[in-house]
Write a protein that binds this ligand. Structure first.
Ligand SMILES: C[S@@+](CC[C@H](N)C(=O)[O-])C[C@H]1O[C@@H](n2cnc3c(N)ncnc32)[C@H](O)[C@@H]1O
Length: 214
């Protein structure tokens, strides 16, 4: 859609549709089939940006299973994955998620949603780029979900701060989307991380830092 002669940014279009509808729309996942995930419509999604619903469930479950003190998320979008993880943290009774979104318009929507969710106390949301983000202390879970092209740089940036027993997640790592999958394999080939390529519709890398692993 063109607004005032300018092409509307994908993220803004989804935010606008969400606001016009007054809520999320649960639907079958529509990302294309891949050799590793031939039936994507068995999964569910709210929109093409927010992680698959089953991945959201997995994130919440990972929080309650692993009980992290600090989670860092890159790419808040509307805050849906943030809120699912925060729900796990509320159940744990401790922990913090630091999430960043560099688009001010998208960030404003995320802020509203996080505050309205009832899980805002577990979240520090920042309107900044992941590559400028400064984090104090050890990261237990890193969930990278920003632009595809910066994911490798994000993992390299935060790797020294990763808990060696922690988890690195890289979303959008399907063989169709390629960039993130290749980045994860490259980091593995360099001996920096060990990866599992989870065959979800958009692909999810589950990784661990090699150095310092007990
Ligand atoms: C795929 S969406 C995130 C979806 C969200 N994690 C979820 O599942 O609910 C990616 C978001 O990252 C933002 N983004 C892209 N590159 C970024 C960067 N380098 N730093 C911060 N935000 C970024 C985009 O504006 C977009 O809103």
């Amino acid at each position: 859609m063109s607004l005032f002669g300018k092409k509307e940014k994908g993220e803004h279009k989804i935010v606008r549709q969400y606001q016009e509808r007054g809520g999320d729309k649960l639907q079958p996942e529509y990302h294309r089939a891949t050799p590793e995930c031939p039936n994507p419509s068995r999964w569910h999604m709210y929109d093409g940006m927010t992680a698959e619903v089953e991945v959201l469930e997995f994130l919440r479950c990972l929080i309650t299973t692993f009980k992290p003190n600090l989670v860092v998320e890159t790419g808040t979008f509307m805050g849906v994955s943030t809120v699912w993880m925060a729900e796990g943290m509320k159940q744990n009774g401790f922990g913090k998620i630091i999430t960043c979104e560099f688009d001010p318009k998208v960030f404003a929507t995320a802020k509203e949603r996080i505050q309205a969710s009832g899980f805002g106390d577990w979240v520090e949301h920042r309107n900044e780029s992941s590559l400028d983000m400064k984090i104090d202390g050890q990261i237990d879970i890193l969930f990278t979900d920003s632009d595809l092209g910066v994911r490798e740089a994000e993992v390299r940036k935060f790797l020294p701060q990763m808990n060696p027993n922690g988890i690195i997640l890289m979303h959008d790592a399907s063989s169709h989307l390629k960039i993130v999958r290749e980045a994860a394999k490259k980091l593995e080939a360099e001996g920096l991380i060990s990866v599992i390529l989870l065959p979800t519709p958009r692909g999810l890398v589950i990784a661990q830092k090699r150095q310092g692993r007990t």
